[in-house]
Write a protein that binds this ligand. Structure first.
Ligand code: FES
Ligand code: FES
Length: 181
């Protein structure tokens, strides 16, 4: 009989990888879209994006660059627009988190989501959740932005498909609708 063990199973995620290095995991609770969400045996050093997608089953926030460059993972953290890939789960424990799944009622779309669909601003859709969050953030702060302000507000959200024209049109439509025009 051999006394040499076979290769260990590779870690399946950051928490497992940390466990392999001797890190600790613990249970904690986040507040996501107005509800308490338990994270059993998670490592607080995981990114909020990882926790939302892989531990809480909320895949709306997309994972593209994981380094704060593309905006696809945007969420609200206590009302502030953040890239969830750059936020530690530990820093979100006492905060209110809103993801793209929580912008409207269950099985409903927000006005911005409707406008993106109706304006043809969704192609592959990978950038869309982050853009929708960014547009909500802009229009909630500034109901009547100039074209330049819209472009600045979404400048951190990269879209490879649409050329941005239809995205800008979707924002114009919501702005007009909210103004009652
Ligand atoms: S995945 Fe977070 S900014 Fe790109
Ligand atoms: S719709 Fe495909 S990346 Fe924006």
């Amino acid at each position: 009989m051999s006394d040499v063990d076979g290769p260990a199973d590779p870690p399946s995620g950051p928490a497992d990888a940390l466990g392999a290095l001797g890190g600790e995991s613990e249970s904690y609770t986040l507040t996501v879209n107005g509800r308490s969400a338990s994270v059993p045996a998670g490592w607080l050093g995981e990114s909020l994006l990882w926790v939302l997608r892989e531990r809480l089953g909320l895949p709306g926030s997309k994972n593209a660059c994981e380094e704060g460059e593309c905006g696809s993972c945007s969420v609200f953290l206590d009302g502030l627009l953040v890239c969830a890939c750059c936020v530690l789960a530990a820093d979100a424990v006492d905060a209110g988190i809103v993801t793209v799944e929580g912008l409207a009622g269950e099985d409903e779309l927000s006005d911005v989501q409707h406008s993106f669909v109706d304006s043809g601003a969704v192609q592959c859709g990978f950038c869309t959740p982050g853009l929708v969050i960014a547009v909500h953030d802009l229009l909630d702060r500034n109901p009547d932005p100039t074209e330049l302000e819209v472009r600045e507000a979404i400048s951190g959200n990269l879209c490879r498909c649409t050329g941005y024209g239809r995205i800008l049109e979707a924002v114009r439509v919501v702005r007009r609708e909210r103004a009652g025009a």
